[in-house]
Design a protein around this ligand. Sequence first.
Ligand SMILES: Nc1ncnc2c1ncn2[C@@H]1O[C@H](COP(=O)(O)OP(=O)(O)OP(=O)(O)O)[C@@H](O)[C@H]1O
Ligand SMILES: [Mg+2]
Length: 351
Amino acid sequence: MSEDTPIEEQTKTKEAEKEKETEPKKSEYKFIEDLPGVGPATSQKLRDLGYHTVESLAMATSRELEPVGVSEKKAFQIIGAARSAIGINFVRADELYKMRQTVLRLTTGSKAVDKMVDGGLETQTITEFYGEFGSGKSQFCHQLCVNVQLPPERGGLNGGALYVDTENTFRLERIIQMAKHLGLDPEQVVKNIIYAEAYTSDHQMFLLENADEIIKANNIKIIIVDSLTAHFRSEYIGREMLASRQQKLNKHMHKLIALARAFNTVAVVTNQVMAKPDQFFGDATHPIGGHIVGHTSHTRIYLRRASHGPVRIARLVSSPYLPEGEEILKVTENGIEDVTEEEKAAKTRGR
Ligand SMILES: Nc1ncnc2c1ncn2[C@@H]1O[C@H](COP(=O)(O)OP(=O)(O)OP(=O)(O)O)[C@@H](O)[C@H]1O
Ligand SMILES: [Mg+2]
Protein backbone atom coordinates (compact mmCIF):
# COMPACT_ATOMS: atom_id res chain seq x y z
CA MET A 1 0.00 0.00 0.00
CA SER A 2 1.15 3.54 -0.59
CA GLU A 3 0.86 7.02 0.83
CA ASP A 4 -0.39 8.07 -2.57
CA THR A 5 -3.59 5.95 -2.53
CA PRO A 6 -6.97 7.49 -1.57
CA ILE A 7 -7.87 7.52 2.16
CA GLU A 8 -10.76 4.97 2.01
CA GLU A 9 -8.65 2.54 0.11
CA GLN A 10 -5.80 3.05 2.56
CA THR A 11 -8.01 2.12 5.54
CA LYS A 12 -9.32 -0.93 3.78
CA THR A 13 -5.89 -2.15 2.83
CA LYS A 14 -4.52 -1.25 6.25
CA GLU A 15 -6.95 -3.79 7.79
CA ALA A 16 -5.83 -6.38 5.34
CA GLU A 17 -2.20 -5.55 6.03
CA LYS A 18 -2.66 -5.96 9.78
CA GLU A 19 -3.87 -9.46 9.14
CA LYS A 20 -0.99 -10.13 6.83
CA GLU A 21 1.52 -8.84 9.35
CA THR A 22 0.85 -11.76 11.66
CA GLU A 23 1.87 -14.35 9.13
CA PRO A 24 5.28 -14.90 7.66
CA LYS A 25 5.55 -13.12 4.32
CA LYS A 26 8.73 -14.43 2.88
CA SER A 27 9.13 -13.64 -0.81
CA GLU A 28 5.79 -11.86 -0.88
CA TYR A 29 7.44 -8.57 -1.74
CA LYS A 30 9.36 -8.92 -4.95
CA PHE A 31 9.85 -5.26 -5.82
CA ILE A 32 10.29 -2.29 -3.51
CA GLU A 33 6.93 -0.99 -4.76
CA ASP A 34 5.27 -4.07 -3.23
CA LEU A 35 6.35 -3.09 0.29
CA PRO A 36 3.68 -1.57 2.53
CA GLY A 37 4.17 2.19 2.76
CA VAL A 38 6.06 2.50 -0.50
CA GLY A 39 4.05 4.45 -3.04
CA PRO A 40 5.31 5.87 -6.32
CA ALA A 41 6.75 8.99 -4.67
CA THR A 42 8.58 7.08 -1.95
CA SER A 43 9.79 4.42 -4.35
CA GLN A 44 11.26 7.08 -6.62
CA LYS A 45 13.11 8.64 -3.69
CA LEU A 46 14.35 5.25 -2.54
CA ARG A 47 15.62 4.51 -6.03
CA ASP A 48 17.32 7.92 -6.16
CA LEU A 49 19.09 6.92 -2.94
CA GLY A 50 20.25 3.68 -4.50
CA TYR A 51 17.67 1.26 -3.05
CA HIS A 52 16.36 -0.56 -6.09
CA THR A 53 15.78 -3.96 -4.52
CA VAL A 54 14.04 -5.44 -1.48
CA GLU A 55 17.35 -7.09 -0.56
CA SER A 56 19.25 -3.82 -0.23
CA LEU A 57 16.40 -2.18 1.68
CA ALA A 58 16.46 -5.04 4.15
CA MET A 59 20.02 -4.05 5.03
CA ALA A 60 19.31 -0.31 5.36
CA THR A 61 19.07 1.60 8.64
CA SER A 62 16.23 4.03 9.36
CA ARG A 63 18.78 6.83 9.42
CA GLU A 64 19.88 6.03 5.93
CA LEU A 65 16.29 6.47 4.80
CA GLU A 66 16.01 9.95 6.35
CA PRO A 67 16.51 11.73 3.01
CA VAL A 68 13.42 9.94 1.68
CA GLY A 69 11.35 12.20 3.92
CA VAL A 70 9.28 9.49 5.61
CA SER A 71 8.89 9.36 9.39
CA GLU A 72 11.25 7.19 11.39
CA LYS A 73 8.35 4.90 12.22
CA LYS A 74 7.52 4.45 8.59
CA ALA A 75 11.16 3.86 7.72
CA PHE A 76 11.26 1.08 10.34
CA GLN A 77 8.11 -0.38 8.88
CA ILE A 78 9.51 -0.40 5.34
CA ILE A 79 12.81 -1.92 6.43
CA GLY A 80 10.99 -4.44 8.63
CA ALA A 81 8.83 -5.58 5.73
CA ALA A 82 11.87 -5.88 3.48
CA ARG A 83 13.62 -7.94 6.14
CA SER A 84 10.66 -10.24 6.58
CA ALA A 85 10.57 -10.71 2.80
CA ILE A 86 14.09 -12.07 2.72
CA GLY A 87 13.80 -13.79 6.08
CA ILE A 88 16.18 -11.80 8.32
CA ASN A 89 15.09 -11.83 11.93
CA PHE A 90 16.12 -12.89 15.38
CA VAL A 91 17.44 -16.40 15.23
CA ARG A 92 18.38 -19.06 17.73
CA ALA A 93 22.03 -20.01 17.81
CA ASP A 94 21.31 -23.38 16.26
CA GLU A 95 19.56 -21.60 13.42
CA LEU A 96 22.57 -19.34 13.14
CA TYR A 97 24.51 -22.46 12.42
CA LYS A 98 22.12 -23.22 9.59
CA MET A 99 22.53 -19.67 8.29
CA ARG A 100 26.30 -20.08 8.31
CA GLN A 101 25.75 -23.04 6.05
CA THR A 102 24.44 -20.73 3.36
CA VAL A 103 27.95 -19.26 3.23
CA LEU A 104 29.60 -20.34 -0.01
CA ARG A 105 33.31 -20.66 -0.78
CA LEU A 106 35.25 -19.44 -3.77
CA THR A 107 38.62 -20.83 -4.77
CA THR A 108 41.56 -18.42 -5.08
CA GLY A 109 43.34 -20.64 -7.57
CA SER A 110 45.86 -21.82 -4.98
CA LYS A 111 44.92 -24.88 -2.95
CA ALA A 112 47.35 -23.81 -0.25
CA VAL A 113 45.72 -20.40 0.16
CA ASP A 114 42.23 -21.95 0.00
CA LYS A 115 43.16 -24.31 2.81
CA MET A 116 44.52 -21.44 4.90
CA VAL A 117 41.11 -19.73 4.72
CA ASP A 118 39.10 -22.86 5.38
CA GLY A 119 38.26 -23.85 1.83
CA GLY A 120 38.22 -20.56 -0.11
CA LEU A 121 37.00 -16.99 0.27
CA GLU A 122 33.60 -16.89 1.94
CA THR A 123 30.45 -15.09 0.89
CA GLN A 124 28.70 -12.54 3.14
CA THR A 125 31.86 -11.03 4.61
CA ILE A 126 34.73 -8.86 3.40
CA THR A 127 38.13 -10.28 2.52
CA GLU A 128 40.94 -7.75 2.29
CA PHE A 129 44.19 -8.28 0.42
CA TYR A 130 46.86 -5.84 1.44
CA GLY A 131 50.48 -5.44 0.48
CA GLU A 132 53.01 -3.37 -1.37
CA PHE A 133 52.79 -2.53 -5.08
CA GLY A 134 53.37 -5.58 -7.23
CA SER A 135 52.59 -7.98 -4.40
CA GLY A 136 49.76 -9.53 -6.40
CA LYS A 137 46.59 -7.93 -5.01
CA SER A 138 45.14 -7.07 -8.42
CA GLN A 139 46.25 -10.43 -9.78
CA PHE A 140 44.09 -12.13 -7.13
CA CYS A 141 41.19 -9.86 -8.08
CA HIS A 142 41.48 -10.80 -11.77
CA GLN A 143 41.74 -14.48 -10.92
CA LEU A 144 38.68 -14.36 -8.66
CA CYS A 145 36.63 -12.75 -11.47
CA VAL A 146 37.34 -15.80 -13.58
CA ASN A 147 37.11 -18.42 -10.83
CA VAL A 148 33.69 -17.21 -9.68
CA GLN A 149 32.34 -18.34 -13.05
CA LEU A 150 33.44 -21.94 -12.52
CA PRO A 151 30.89 -24.51 -11.36
CA PRO A 152 30.90 -25.35 -7.64
CA GLU A 153 32.65 -28.67 -8.23
CA ARG A 154 35.62 -26.69 -9.50
CA GLY A 155 35.51 -24.22 -6.62
CA GLY A 156 33.41 -21.55 -8.33
CA LEU A 157 29.97 -20.10 -7.70
CA ASN A 158 28.48 -20.19 -11.19
CA GLY A 159 28.14 -16.43 -11.04
CA GLY A 160 29.40 -13.14 -12.39
CA ALA A 161 31.78 -10.52 -11.05
CA LEU A 162 31.44 -6.83 -10.35
CA TYR A 163 34.78 -5.03 -10.55
CA VAL A 164 35.17 -1.50 -9.21
CA ASP A 165 38.56 -0.32 -10.43
CA THR A 166 39.96 2.85 -8.91
CA GLU A 167 43.45 2.85 -10.43
CA ASN A 168 42.72 1.75 -13.97
CA THR A 169 44.65 -1.48 -13.54
CA PHE A 170 41.99 -3.92 -14.74
CA ARG A 171 43.29 -5.74 -17.84
CA LEU A 172 41.06 -7.82 -20.10
CA GLU A 173 44.16 -9.51 -21.55
CA ARG A 174 44.83 -11.00 -18.12
CA ILE A 175 41.26 -12.24 -17.80
CA ILE A 176 41.52 -13.91 -21.21
CA GLN A 177 44.83 -15.60 -20.30
CA MET A 178 43.38 -16.91 -17.05
CA ALA A 179 40.11 -18.04 -18.66
CA LYS A 180 41.96 -19.97 -21.38
CA HIS A 181 44.13 -21.67 -18.79
CA LEU A 182 41.01 -22.90 -17.00
CA GLY A 183 39.48 -24.12 -20.26
CA LEU A 184 36.70 -21.53 -20.19
CA ASP A 185 35.44 -19.63 -23.21
CA PRO A 186 37.11 -16.21 -22.85
CA GLU A 187 34.32 -14.46 -24.73
CA GLN A 188 31.76 -15.79 -22.29
CA VAL A 189 33.94 -15.05 -19.26
CA VAL A 190 34.38 -11.44 -20.30
CA LYS A 191 30.62 -11.04 -20.65
CA ASN A 192 30.10 -12.05 -17.04
CA ILE A 193 32.28 -9.30 -15.61
CA ILE A 194 30.62 -5.96 -14.96
CA TYR A 195 33.31 -3.32 -14.84
CA ALA A 196 33.19 0.20 -13.45
CA GLU A 197 36.01 2.66 -13.11
CA ALA A 198 35.70 4.95 -10.08
CA TYR A 199 37.14 8.39 -10.66
CA THR A 200 36.97 9.76 -7.13
CA SER A 201 36.17 8.41 -3.67
CA ASP A 202 32.66 9.89 -3.94
CA HIS A 203 32.17 8.21 -7.28
CA GLN A 204 33.45 4.95 -5.81
CA MET A 205 30.87 5.20 -3.03
CA PHE A 206 28.13 6.12 -5.47
CA LEU A 207 28.87 3.04 -7.59
CA LEU A 208 28.33 0.65 -4.67
CA GLU A 209 25.33 2.57 -3.43
CA ASN A 210 23.66 1.97 -6.78
CA ALA A 211 24.88 -1.54 -7.47
CA ASP A 212 22.03 -3.62 -6.06
CA GLU A 213 20.00 -3.97 -9.24
CA ILE A 214 23.05 -4.80 -11.35
CA ILE A 215 24.11 -7.45 -8.82
CA LYS A 216 20.71 -9.07 -8.89
CA ALA A 217 20.20 -8.90 -12.65
CA ASN A 218 23.63 -10.34 -13.46
CA ASN A 219 23.80 -13.02 -10.77
CA ILE A 220 26.92 -11.36 -9.39
CA LYS A 221 28.70 -13.58 -6.87
CA ILE A 222 31.78 -11.48 -6.20
CA ILE A 223 32.10 -7.73 -5.66
CA ILE A 224 35.64 -6.37 -5.95
CA VAL A 225 36.90 -2.93 -4.97
CA ASP A 226 40.49 -2.53 -6.19
CA SER A 227 41.75 -0.41 -4.48
CA LEU A 228 39.54 0.39 -1.52
CA THR A 229 41.74 3.13 -0.11
CA ALA A 230 43.71 4.76 -2.96
CA HIS A 231 41.25 7.60 -3.68
CA PHE A 232 40.55 8.21 -0.01
CA ARG A 233 44.24 8.37 0.67
CA SER A 234 44.98 10.90 -2.05
CA GLU A 235 41.92 13.09 -1.47
CA TYR A 236 41.87 13.33 2.31
CA ILE A 237 45.23 14.65 3.26
CA GLY A 238 46.34 15.73 6.70
CA ARG A 239 45.16 15.14 10.23
CA GLU A 240 42.21 17.49 10.05
CA MET A 241 40.64 15.39 7.27
CA LEU A 242 41.26 12.06 8.93
CA ALA A 243 37.94 11.91 10.78
CA SER A 244 35.83 12.59 7.71
CA ARG A 245 37.90 10.15 5.66
CA GLN A 246 37.35 7.40 8.23
CA GLN A 247 33.64 8.17 8.42
CA LYS A 248 33.27 7.83 4.65
CA LEU A 249 35.36 4.67 4.51
CA ASN A 250 33.20 3.20 7.25
CA LYS A 251 30.03 3.96 5.34
CA HIS A 252 31.50 2.51 2.16
CA MET A 253 32.60 -0.71 3.87
CA HIS A 254 29.19 -1.10 5.48
CA LYS A 255 27.48 -0.75 2.15
CA LEU A 256 29.74 -3.49 0.83
CA ILE A 257 28.92 -5.81 3.73
CA ALA A 258 25.22 -5.12 3.26
CA LEU A 259 25.41 -6.05 -0.43
CA ALA A 260 27.48 -9.16 0.27
CA ARG A 261 24.91 -10.34 2.80
CA ALA A 262 21.86 -9.42 0.82
CA PHE A 263 23.02 -11.23 -2.31
CA ASN A 264 25.26 -13.89 -0.73
CA THR A 265 28.34 -12.73 -2.62
CA VAL A 266 32.05 -12.74 -1.89
CA ALA A 267 33.41 -9.22 -1.27
CA VAL A 268 37.06 -8.45 -1.88
CA VAL A 269 38.91 -5.19 -1.29
CA THR A 270 42.56 -4.35 -1.78
CA ASN A 271 44.64 -2.02 0.29
CA GLN A 272 48.17 -0.71 0.15
CA VAL A 273 50.58 -0.52 3.03
CA MET A 274 52.47 2.35 4.52
CA ALA A 275 55.74 2.27 6.36
CA LYS A 276 55.74 2.99 10.08
CA PRO A 277 59.13 4.55 10.61
CA ASP A 278 58.78 4.48 14.41
CA GLN A 279 58.57 0.70 14.54
CA PHE A 280 61.86 -1.06 15.25
CA PHE A 281 60.76 -4.66 15.60
CA GLY A 282 58.90 -6.95 13.24
CA ASP A 283 57.37 -5.88 9.97
CA ALA A 284 57.26 -2.08 9.83
CA THR A 285 54.50 -1.91 7.22
CA HIS A 286 50.83 -1.47 8.03
CA PRO A 287 47.70 -1.49 5.95
CA ILE A 288 46.04 1.88 5.33
CA GLY A 289 42.67 2.77 6.78
CA GLY A 290 43.33 2.20 10.46
CA HIS A 291 40.79 0.58 12.73
CA ILE A 292 37.84 1.17 10.45
CA VAL A 293 39.18 -0.98 7.64
CA GLY A 294 40.74 -3.42 10.10
CA HIS A 295 37.48 -4.04 11.92
CA THR A 296 35.21 -4.23 8.93
CA SER A 297 37.41 -6.60 6.94
CA HIS A 298 36.60 -9.97 8.41
CA THR A 299 39.47 -11.76 6.77
CA ARG A 300 42.76 -9.96 6.12
CA ILE A 301 45.45 -11.45 3.92
CA TYR A 302 48.88 -9.83 3.72
CA LEU A 303 50.69 -10.44 0.42
CA ARG A 304 54.38 -9.99 -0.12
CA ARG A 305 57.03 -10.96 -2.62
CA ALA A 306 59.23 -13.88 -1.58
CA SER A 307 62.17 -12.66 -3.62
CA HIS A 308 62.53 -11.82 -7.27
CA GLY A 309 60.34 -14.00 -9.41
CA PRO A 310 56.79 -15.25 -9.31
CA VAL A 311 56.63 -16.53 -5.71
CA ARG A 312 54.46 -14.67 -3.20
CA ILE A 313 53.76 -15.22 0.48
CA ALA A 314 50.18 -14.93 1.68
CA ARG A 315 49.71 -14.46 5.38
CA LEU A 316 46.32 -14.78 7.07
CA VAL A 317 46.59 -11.89 9.49
CA SER A 318 43.12 -11.91 10.95
CA SER A 319 40.01 -14.00 10.72
CA PRO A 320 36.98 -14.24 13.01
CA TYR A 321 37.62 -17.92 13.66
CA LEU A 322 40.83 -19.15 12.06
CA PRO A 323 44.39 -19.14 13.39
CA GLU A 324 47.06 -17.07 11.69
CA GLY A 325 48.83 -18.86 8.90
CA GLU A 326 51.20 -18.44 6.03
CA GLU A 327 51.32 -20.09 2.62
CA ILE A 328 53.28 -19.61 -0.56
CA LEU A 329 51.91 -19.32 -4.07
CA LYS A 330 53.01 -17.98 -7.40
CA VAL A 331 51.74 -15.45 -9.92
CA THR A 332 52.38 -16.67 -13.45
CA GLU A 333 51.00 -16.13 -16.90
CA ASN A 334 48.29 -18.67 -15.97
CA GLY A 335 47.27 -16.64 -12.94
CA ILE A 336 47.40 -17.57 -9.25
CA GLU A 337 48.87 -21.03 -8.80
CA ASP A 338 50.36 -23.31 -6.18
CA VAL A 339 54.12 -23.67 -6.10
CA THR A 340 55.43 -27.11 -6.93
CA GLU A 341 57.20 -29.25 -4.34
CA GLU A 342 60.44 -28.58 -6.18
CA GLU A 343 59.98 -24.80 -5.98
CA LYS A 344 59.11 -25.10 -2.31
CA ALA A 345 62.29 -27.05 -1.63
CA ALA A 346 64.34 -24.48 -3.56
CA LYS A 347 62.83 -21.71 -1.47
CA THR A 348 63.64 -23.39 1.83
CA ARG A 349 67.19 -23.95 0.60
CA GLY A 350 67.27 -20.18 0.23
CA ARG A 351 67.60 -20.06 -3.52
N1 LIG B 1 51.07 -11.95 -17.45
C1 LIG B 1 51.78 -12.12 -16.34
N2 LIG B 1 52.60 -13.16 -16.20
C2 LIG B 1 53.31 -13.32 -15.08
N3 LIG B 1 53.28 -12.48 -14.02
C3 LIG B 1 52.48 -11.43 -14.11
C4 LIG B 1 51.67 -11.18 -15.26
N4 LIG B 1 50.99 -10.06 -15.04
C5 LIG B 1 51.35 -9.61 -13.83
N5 LIG B 1 52.22 -10.44 -13.26
C6 LIG B 1 52.88 -10.27 -11.94
O1 LIG B 1 52.04 -9.53 -11.10
C7 LIG B 1 52.71 -8.36 -10.64
C8 LIG B 1 51.73 -7.23 -10.50
O2 LIG B 1 50.90 -7.57 -9.44
P1 LIG B 1 49.60 -6.73 -9.09
O3 LIG B 1 49.21 -5.89 -10.23
O4 LIG B 1 48.61 -7.69 -8.56
O5 LIG B 1 50.16 -5.82 -7.94
P2 LIG B 1 49.33 -5.05 -6.83
O6 LIG B 1 49.58 -5.74 -5.55
O7 LIG B 1 47.93 -4.92 -7.27
O8 LIG B 1 50.10 -3.65 -6.83
P3 LIG B 1 49.53 -2.15 -6.70
O9 LIG B 1 49.61 -1.82 -5.25
O10 LIG B 1 50.50 -1.35 -7.51
O11 LIG B 1 48.15 -2.12 -7.24
C9 LIG B 1 53.76 -8.09 -11.68
O12 LIG B 1 54.85 -7.40 -11.12
C10 LIG B 1 54.17 -9.50 -12.09
O13 LIG B 1 55.07 -10.03 -11.15
MG1 LIG C 1 46.79 -3.33 -7.93
